[in-house]
Design a protein around this ligand. Structure first.
Ligand SMILES: [Zn+2]
Length: 278
């Protein structure tokens, strides 16, 4: 997909299976299972979508999926079939060494697990030449998560990068390169950032975990994982209408079938019209 000079692709790091109840918060199963059928362990099928962007002479990755460091028990619990991101990059003729910048929307394992890889007993950056970018306050929290969210954080995904001086910790909204902007949108975590791509008069907006799949477009369909669900609600009321009104392309971090869509309002509800992005 091209936005003027900026070009981007969507790659998935593979499948992720999460508890359907946790994914839809207060929504009863008879409603959510129509949109997202559950397996025998009550898990629904998600993807871990990442963006490969070429802009301003830089190759940028947004999100890195779960990577290759999860043990067999966790791979089974989460139904992981990856990692696939590096293989996906090779499909575009790129090597991990070709990536200049990696942006993590937040530091949950399914968004930044591919930041690093295990080689024997060492943890190394997967992208040896990249500057990694995360919100400083998200990083601080990731080092000291609470009892409620600590299962989502694994220090090996970000601490070795910080120790190697490879992690750029930013505070607030920032233009990373012209056409690629991060915007802090709290709710899921206190400092999650969405990513806005602009070029040639067009815009694409990665919702990250504000609206993880197209099934999460209705306002009360908010993940049970969210630390601040009322703030998620406020931010859904702010950002979804903006995406609709401005005709931006919406990008979904976890939708396995519709990673990109244009949103329309019909009879007071938002509908996703799938868009082709290869
Ligand atoms: Zn998350």
């Amino acid at each position: 997909m091209k936005l003027g000079e900026l070009e981007f692709h969507i790659l998935s790091d593979g499948q992720l299976l999460l508890d359907g109840g946790a994914m839809f918060g207060v929504i009863p199963k008879p409603l959510w299972e129509k949109r997202a059928p559950a397996d025998s362990r009550n898990r629904i099928t998600l993807a871990m979508n990442c963006l490969l962007i070429e802009a301003a002479g830089k190759r940028i990755l947004v999100e890195t999926g779960a990577g290759d460091k999860m043990n067999a028990k966790l791979r089974d619990i989460y139904g992981l079939d990856g990692p696939r991101l590096v293989e996906g990059l090779r499909g575009y003729g790129l090597d991990p060494a070709d990536i200049d910048i990696v942006i993590d929307t937040h530091l949950h394992f399914d968004h930044c697990g591919g930041n690093t890889r295990a080689e024997k007993d060492r943890i190394l950056p997967t992208f040896p030449n990249a500057a990694y970018i995360a919100q400083k306050a998200e990083f601080d929290h990731a080092l000291n998560p609470t009892e409620r969210d600590r299962a989502s954080f694994f220090e090996e995904n970000y601490l070795p990068l910080a120790q190697a001086g490879r992690l750029s910790l930013i505070g607030g909204n920032q233009t990373i390169v012209p056409g690629v902007e991060v915007i802090v949108v709290p709710g899921h975590t206190a400092h999650m950032q969405c990513v806005k791509l602009t070029g040639g008069g067009k815009t694409a907006f990665l919702f990250a975990d504000l609206v993880p799949t197209t099934a999460h477009l209705p306002l009360p369909w908010i993940m049970g994982y969210d630390l601040y669900p009322m703030i998620t609600l406020e931010n859904k009321k702010k950002w979804i209408p903006e995406v609709v009104r401005e005709g931006w392309l919406a990008l979904f971090s976890h939708d396995a079938k519709v990673p990109a869509a244009y949103l329309r309002e019909r009879d007071g509800q938002w509908e996703a019209e799938p868009a082709k992005v290869d």
